[in-house]
Design a protein around this ligand. Structure first.
Ligand SMILES: [Ca+2]
Length: 234
């Protein structure tokens, strides 16, 4: 019964954002990245691909646009694959959240555990293989993830799969349980992409990451497919 409004809510952004996927990369460039220390560039469609600049009116315009869309899609796929296979990257093995859609527990759709493991959402939009909060626009929500191996961390990659752009803070925890904010700012992620936050190598080992969202910032459901912790033994 609640599925219905949910689908609608999520579908609208899909239509808007996916509908302008090509120009989406232009938006990204213009979105000012948080002045904060990070280089939160979504692993995305590179802006280069969106500038075919074919001669106006030429018969090739359509073909060039199509070619560049394909190149952008290929770049996107390559980047996704590179992240997935990063030898210094770990996927979460356990997760809890401030709330879950339909109070989902265990391995149920939209439960916190849907954000563990490698990414498994292939298309931007509402998907039970990602975590989402109980309500779409309630405000502050969080996702807390644990990883198999404590590392000196250098980066966190958050794969957003619906209503992207609502993350406001990322913290990592030291082994005594102390939290350390590694990023705080305006999330520039659009569509199905990673928010990638790099930071100076932590002086402590961490195996726990907390993602905070302000779900009211991006209307509709804000879903997280997976979160990768990047770091090494030393
Ligand atoms: Ca997932």
């Amino acid at each position: 019964m609640r599925i219905h409004p949910k689908l609608i809510c999520c579908f609208l952004p899909v239509v808007f954002l996916c509908g302008c996927k090509k120009s989406g990369s232009t938006q990204e460039t213009s979105t000012t990245k948080p002045a904060a220390s990070t280089n939160a560039a979504p692993a995305t469609t590179t802006p280069t691909a969106s500038t075919p600049a074919a001669a106006p009116g030429s018969a090739d315009t359509g073909a060039s646009a199509e070619t560049s869309a394909r190149m952008a899609a290929a770049d996107w796929a390559l980047k996704q694959d590179e992240i997935k296979r990063d030898p210094n990257g770990q996927w979460a093995i356990q997760a809890t959240a401030s709330s879950t859609y339909n109070d989902a527990q265990g391995a149920a759709d939209w439960s916190a555990n849907q954000a563990t493991g490698a990414p498994n959402v292939d298309k931007y939009g509402d998907n039970g293989a990602a975590w989402t909060s109980k309500t779409p626009d309630g405000g502050i929500e969080w996702l807390d993830l644990k990883y198999p191996k404590p590392v000196y961390a250098t980066e966190v990659r958050v794969r957003e799969s619906c209503g992207s752009g609502a993350v406001i803070k990322i913290e990592v925890y030291d082994e005594q349980g102390g939290s350390h904010a590694v990023w705080q700012g305006n999330d520039p992620t659009t569509e199905l992409n990673y928010l990638m936050v790099k930071f100076p190598k932590t002086t402590f080992k961490t195996a726990r990451v907390k993602i905070t969202l302000a779900t009211n910032v991006v209307p509709g459901w804000n879903e997280i497919d997976a979160v990768q912790l990047v770091g090494a033994d030393q």
